[in-house]
Design a protein around this ligand. Structure first.
Ligand code: ADP
Ligand code: MG
Length: 716
């Protein structure tokens, strides 16, 4: 009998109709990829069953053509009358179309560039079309562009199967590789029939009871094939009892795994001791170039409290762009160094590492700490010298890029590590840095505010400090979205600003597929601006392909106002700090994501002068791009922007699930399911504290440890 753990590659051994070895194998490949499993042989029936329908259709009640309304999205069952390929002007684009009828009225369906459909549809083909129906006034019929389709009658030799696809509530699956909804529905039907009915329950019975959750098997069955009287709207919004159970389960395991991770970390011996006395306090105060804000003071206190406790720190320092996180991190580093420990700061780019080193050297100029900068691009000999000094303990503070964890760096007594702009680093790298020292305290600093709901899942194992206050004297940045027709005016404006003593950024996007082309654009832009538009000013160019010394030289010149206009690719996105710059002009703003735009905008408004962000968006804008630009005009609050970003792009994209160590969700959606997440977290914490010493909790811990997706094996 089939069980949840049966490998999908063996599915053809179970005598399911139409499931041969080839089908089993392709299915395993697709499902493995979805579940981030490297080997198709690891994909199981359980993984398969978590591929839920994207929607459900009540086919006992399909719309008739005569009932359609203009703009309505609906499924209609029709029979094809006449179809063919229509060549369009220029010959590059082709269209396939057909006219069909439901016996009462006619409709037209068409698809761009899918001429193979000419072989799929024939006169007499029965098909369900799903899409947005538009009324064509001239032809007096409804039309649908690129509809989803499902051909009926393939399985007419098996009446029972044919009935499964029609005249009832039917699951619709997103296309999976070459598998279309109809074939998937057939497979799910057979798999669920062959599945051992004694499906093991995975959640503790008291958790099920307290939250009125369906048993697992029932939830899985219903989620694929809702009962005849099921509330289909609930199913379509993932709010059915079946969905709630499965969503709860997924979030519960995540919360539970994070809880286990946290208690593991807290149980590790810290191996270092930090004390605070007047001497340390004076040292920390002495480096401050300005009065800290209350939020900065509060964050520092939280960090120092962690440092002096006997459990290792793992803290996230969040704050909006320009809120002054760096100095707080450096103050904490001084605390560690005053206690005799080495400290490290890891930045995501060389430009940023260089900037940090520059600032830190300035702030620590009156102290006797030795500060070094370690980057992959240094000469081998220099690198070796610095590494030796780190190993011997002569270096007190080292700033670096990935080189800090990739090269053979051995610290003599690393006590405190800062990871700047965490979202660019995989979680595993953090663990790696941690292993470099004596289990140092780790402070993660992130520039992009993360919505609360996400912070909990991505960084669930971190305590969070928030700097929710900007240093005094900042004037809010004014943001404008403009078209290319205003270019001359914009240049005039930049000229005024520079004449008044300010500086400007002009940013060009780099999109990976066409990096060379974009780079040329940035370079051409630079030439045009420096030679034609602003010959009276000094214009600089900065991009990722430049040598580190060149980049460093350009950044230094811009910092010193020897360069007034900096043309750059998005290398300036994160962290760059030149307070005298007051204009940020972003070309092709429609190509950037919200958090990127927010980051870029954060490069200005860092001094007392009024600052401006101009978003040039010239090409056909999608609805999403328009929404993004509007958000940018409306608010400068990074936390609000982060919430919007989450709404527009969805959690998968925002979290960067491709990053190592961040599990992707199969069913849950963090935005939609926040309440379920709260409950799941409460339950997980309850089991890990009040019920810690029970067999049940032990079993759950074993379970999450055995699942590679939670990354507990490496840490434990
Ligand atoms: P972010 O939080 O984006 O990393 P930074 O640490 O780069 O921000 O700080 C932004 C700017 O504000 C820097 O020029 C920094 O020196 C300055 N700054 C930070 N804290 C204060 C403060 N309390 N008063 C005045 N200026 C500050
Ligand atoms: Mg910063």
């Amino acid at each position: 009998m089939l069980t949840l753990t049966t490998p999908l590659v063996e599915l053809h051994h179970y005598g399911l109709p139409r499931v041969g070895q080839k089908t089993a194998h392709s299915l395993a490949v697709e499902i493995a990829a979805l579940n981030a499993k490297a080997d198709a042989r690891e994909a199981t029936i359980e993984d398969l069953l978590h591929y839920l329908p994207m929607r459900y259709e009540d086919r006992s009640n399909l719309a008739r053509i005569s009932q359609l309304q203009d703009g309505q999205t609906a499924s209609v069952e029709v029979v094809v009358r006449l179809g063919g390929i229509i060549p369009l002007k220029g010959g590059r684009l082709k269209m396939y179309e057909f006219i069909a009828t439901d016996g009462e009225a006619q409709v037209r369906a068409f698809w761009w560039n899918q001429i193979y459909l000419n072989k799929v549809f024939h006169r007499g083909t029965r098909v369900i079309l799903y899409g947005e129906w538009k009324w064509n006034r001239y032809k007096a019929y409804y039309e649908v562009e690129n509809p989803e389709y499902e051909i009926l009658g393939d399985e007419d030799d098996e009446p029972e199967l044919a009935a499964m696809h029609t005249a009832r509530r039917v699951p619709i699956y997103r296309k999976l590789g070459d598998f279309r909804t109809r074939q998937l529905r057939t497979i799910f039907h057979h798999v669920l029939n062959a599945l051992d009915p004694a499906l093991p329950e995975s959640l503790p019975s008291d958790v099920l009871g307290r939250n009125s959750l369906l048993p697992r098997g029932e939830a899985l069955r219903n989620a694929h094939f809702p009962a005849a009287d099921a509330p289909i709207e609930d199913y379509n919004q993932a709010r059915s009892a079946a969905h709630r159970r499965l969503i709860f389960e997924e979030l519960f395991w995540l919360a539970f795994a994070l809880g286990v991770k946290r208690s593991q970390r807290l149980a590790e011996p810290k191996g270092l001791q930090i004390e605070i006395n007047d001497h340390v306090r004076d040292a920390v105060r002495a480096i401050l170039p300005f009065h800290p804000t209350n939020a900065q003071k509060r964050a520092l206190k939280e960090i120092v409290d962690d440092m002096t406790s006997d459990q290792p720190m793992n803290r996230l320092l969040q704050g909006d762009v320009g809120s002054g996180k760096t100095i707080v991190a450096v103050q904490a580093m001084v605390v560690a160094m005053e206690n005799g420990y080495q400290t490290a700061l890891m930045a995501p780019t060389e430009i940023l590492a260089e900037q940090h080193a520059r600032n830190i050297r300035r702030w620590l100029a009156k102290t006797s700490y030795r500060v070094e900068l370690l980057m992959g691009s240094l000469k081998a000999k220099e690198k070796r010298g610095i590494q030796a000094a780190i190993a011997s303990g002569e270096v007190d503070l080292v700033v670096g890029t990935h080189a800090l964890i990739q090269e053979s760096v051995q610290f003599s007594k690393l006590g405190f590590a800062v990871v700047d702009e965490q979202h660019r680093f995989g979680v595993l790298q953090r663990a790696e840095l941690r292993r470099r020292g004596m289990n140092p305290d780790v402070l993660v600093v992130t520039a992009t505010p993360i919505p609360r709901s996400l912070a909990m899942t991505v960084y669930g194992d971190l305590e969070v400090s928030i700097i929710d206050e900007l240093p005094p004297g900042r004037t809010p940045i004014q943001t404008f979205v403009r078209g290319d027709d205003r270019r001359a005016k914009i240049y005039e404006f930049i000229r005024e600003q520079i004449t008044a003593g300010r500086q400007a950024y002009v940013v060009y996007p780099i999109i990976e597929e066409s990096e060379k082309l974009d780079l040329r654009n940035a370079t051409e832009m630079y030439e045009n601006l420096s030679a034609e538009i602003f010959p009276e000013f000094s214009v600089g160019l900065l991009h990722g392909k430049m040598k580190p010394v060149e980049k460093e030289a350009v950044m230094k010149a811009f910092s010193a106002n020897d360069i007034q206009i900096l043309v750059a690719t998005t290398v300036v996105e994160v962290g760059v700090d030149v307070p005298n710059a007051s204009v940020m002009l972003i070309e092709h703003a429609e190509r950037f994501g919200l958090s990127q735009l927010h980051q870029l905008r954060g490069r200005v408004g860092r001094g007392a002068a009024e600052s401006y962000c101009i978003l040039l968006a010239q090409f056909a804008k999608t609805k999403e791009a328009r929404e993004r630009l509007k958000v940018m005009e409306e608010t400068t609050d990074g936390f609000k922007i982060a919430e919007k970003d989450l709404e527009i792009r969805g959690p998968g994209e925002v979290m960067g699930t491709r990053q190592a160590g961040v599990p992707a969700f199969r069913i849950a959606n963090i935005v939609r399911d926040q309440q379920v997440l709260e409950v799941a977290r409460r339950e997980a914490n309850y089991l890990l504290t009040e019920r810690r010493d029970t067999r049940e909790t032990d079993r759950l811990i074993q379970h999450v440890r055995s699942q590679p997706r939670y990354g507990l094996a490496q840490v434990g």
